[in-house]
Design a protein. Structure first.
Length: 336
């Protein structure tokens, strides 16, 4: 079952034809601006990886990958959940140097996703990764990169607003407000993590929530993070206030990746030290893989944000339950 909510009196700013045209423009314009800002080159990425390689991201540790047997390989393949680990391996394989990076289209199927206005079982995002130096593994460098990404988002919005005058009703906050998950818990101790994000983003607009994954003083993490890609002390989510839905819209999950020390520490904290024996993890622990930072930026989420849409099905084709289809139909919301 889904949880769908269509705001009263909602009306799409663009018709179906202009929506499709705008989606294409967003994906072209933003990728170009992102590549220029972060010095990225586009590469081709896998849709699936072999089970047991350690390359698939297990997200919060409970999501099941879509898997299928490959008789000619006498093994099983898994559709990727994300490319967090593959990208780091690719940077090593392709010989990228500090200051250089890659970006790719990532398409995934997340079968266990709970459907709502922002979530679909189909995931499309830009996955990017960049080689950094040990001296760049800092909060300051992380925050500068966040500002570059937000600038690319806002610049894309500016171009779009001139091409489609109806979109001048969409307003984004260009200045980013940073806060850690512990500071957020201290500020709103009686709220859930999602309620904290909504309350803070409503007040500040564009926000960056840092240090996600480890336990807070309350004994619980703000949100789940796999222990073997982001360094939990140097990661973040970028949120925009989405006025049509009246909620924080998470556009990107990103961070400086684990080095050997951070991986050992986080694998132990997560109770899965045995992962250190997987091929990818061995390459990281012995120093074969470069130090990197990276993240994912939702393509459909960005289209929702810049087009003022209230349901992800307005900007992507996926599968929806009858409740969602009927609610959208009654409200005049056209699902692609």
């Amino acid at each position: 079952m889904s949880s769908v909510r269509i705001p009263e009196n909602y009306k799409s700013l663009l018709g179906l034809y202009d929506t499709q045209k705008a989606i294409g423009l967003i994906k072209t314009i933003f990728q170009e601006k992102l590549c220029l800002a972060l010095h990225l080159k586009r590469v081709t990425a896998p849709l699936f990886v072999l089970h047991g390689s350690g390359l698939n991201d297990d997200l919060n540790g409970v999501e099941r990958p879509v898997a299928f047997d490959v008789p000619c390989l006498d093994g099983q393949a898994e559709i990727v959940h994300s490319l967090a680990k593959w990208k780091r391996y690719a940077l090593y394989k392709y010989g990228f140097r500090p200051g250089q990076g890659l970006v790719t289209d990532m398409n995934a199927v997340r079968r266990d996703e709970e459907l709502d206005n922002l979530h679909s079982i189909y995931v499309d995002q830009w996955d990017w990764e960049r080689v950094i130096t040990a001296r760049q593994r800092t909060t300051a460098f992380l925050q500068d990169t966040v500002r570059d990404i937000v600038d690319a988002v806002c610049a894309t919005s500016d171009e779009l607003r001139w091409k489609f005058p109806a979109l001048k009703k969409v307003h984004l906050t260009r200045e980013v407000t940073f806060i850690t998950t512990q500071e957020l818990e201290d500020l709103y101790p009686d709220l859930t993590p999602k309620e904290r994000e909504n309350a803070f983003a409503k007040e500040h607009g564009t926000t960056c929530i840092q240090q996600i994954g480890g336990k807070l003083r309350s004994g619980k993490p703000h949100d789940g993070r796999a222990p073997d890609y982001d360094d939990w002390t140097l990661n973040c989510d970028i949120l925009f206030w989405h006025k049509p839905l009246g909620c924080a819209l998470e556009l990107s999950s990103m961070g400086i990746r684990v080095d050997a020390d951070a991986m050992r520490r986080q694998l132990a904290e997560a109770g899965c030290p045995q992962r250190a024996e997987l091929p990818f993890h061995k390459m990281l622990l012995d120093g074969t893989l470069p130090l990197t930072m990276g993240g994912g930026i939702g393509q459909s989420r960005l289209c929702m944000l810049l087009l003022g849409k209230v349901h992800v099905g307005e900007v992507q084709v996926s599968l929806w339950d009858d409740e969602t289809v009927n609610a959208c139909h009654e409200a005049g919301v056209e699902l692609l």
